[in-house]
Design a protein around this ligand. Structure first.
Ligand SMILES: [Cu+2]
Length: 66
């Protein structure tokens, strides 16, 4: 289980966008995004390059935070 903190989400549409962006990545499944905490969790069926995760989130209009 991997988890990342995402900055910039403000509503359910943001959650959907992030869920879609992560779910589209090769090796990622079972994406869950919590709007309140801003934390996205997912299973990695293959090793997923953190840079690709970062790029997908950025492309969707959000930021990966700490
Ligand atoms: Cu939104």
């Amino acid at each position: 289980m991997a988890s990342i903190k995402i900055k910039g989400m403000s509503c359910e549409h943001c959650v959907m966008a992030v869920t879609k962006a992560l779910g589209a990545l090769d090796g990622v499944k079972d994406v869950k995004v919590d709007l309140k905490t801003g934390i996205a969790t997912y299973e990695e069926v293959n090793t997923v390059d953190p840079k690709k995760v970062d790029a997908a989130i950025t492309k969707a209009g959000f930021k990966v935070g700490k």
